[in-house]
Design a protein around this ligand. Sequence first.
Ligand SMILES: *Cc1c(COP(=O)(O)O)cnc(C)c1O
Length: 399
Amino acid sequence: MATQADSRGRFGQFGGRYIPETLMNAVIELNDAYERFKNDPQFNHELEVLFSEYANRPSRLYFARKMTEDLGGAKIYFKREDLNFTGAHKINNVLGQALLAKKMGKTRLIAETGAGQHGVATATAAAYFGMECVVFMGKVDTERQALNVYKMKLLGAKVVPVTSGTATLKDAVSEAFREWTNRIADTHYCLGSVMGPHPFPTIVRDFQAVISRESRAQILEAEGRLPDAVLACVGGGSNAIGSFYHYIDDSSVKLIGCEAAGRGIDTYETAATVSTGRTGIFHGMKSLFCQNEFGQIAPVYSISAGLDYPGIGPEHAYLHETGRAQYVPVTDEEAVQAFEYTSRLEGIIPAIESSHAIAHAMKIAPEMGKDQILVITVSGRGDKDCAAVARYRGHRIEE
Ligand SMILES: *Cc1c(COP(=O)(O)O)cnc(C)c1O
């Protein structure tokens, strides 16, 4: 059902395993373990208990009544991943991978992080399972996100600032792969999105698919039918693929990924991979990447730290190529307006990442009929973004 990677880990021409020989054993060991545990009733039972008792699942499907009335078109529902423990969808993937690592006998988790959200989620799971944790974070990001660095340390993790390249997320990913190559026996690399070499895009997708498994049942319960469209923001693409997955076979449901256009797709300050990128190979996968004219990975920019990754997961590249999903750019300004609008109207402060999806819904909902339905994934809560949005609006607040 839905899309599945073939035996070589490819979604159409995308995906695969473009990695050094030294990593091949680790990736094969992980693949074998995942194949063994993914249908294991005991494993799935333990994960379900973790989801409900620790992560606060199922997350609500919330009818945004005031926004629906104000926009005057389609009925709008929010899938509230912001209500999960640690404040975003990241915990779904992290609990799944940490449990898998424990079953594999690993005692140490490493992770990359950009804004720090995935790092905090991984440090949380490591504390819960009593595992050692090391998080790689671009030096620039450690300075921008000092509070998350403090949280990771508080949770018992070691944070390693990465100074290579632009000292941001993509460099942290590269450094985490390097560290994994050095130390495979006791270490699992808990990758934060649907990217990297096979089987990571499949593993992360499967753990995040809980979002659409729940939302599908919830919307059928609330409305007696499927939505007309599902919207989610796309960085690497984990909350989006999780939001889409159980609707892929329902051709009546439009799937819309909202990318960070930054200052606009006609500028160099953008992170809109599908709109501006080309096919390439990076971080172990073939996919779409923002590149310069020489095929080098381009520096990317977005107001939202969680979306400024220069690539997109291979399953998204495939859904784009086949036309099953649509990917649209949303600028900083549009996202900030959606952030402010949702806060004021619904009393919900969404993550600035999620605000990209809300912004696109604000464009299309008024043109839709009152009997039509949109489900928007609110991937996280926006407390972490208040200082950045205030700064964007020209105010300074102490963090
Ligand atoms: C990390 C993050 C994202 C982007 O990651 P995806 O893998 O694209 O989901 C989006 N929203 C929030 C709240 C995040 O923390």
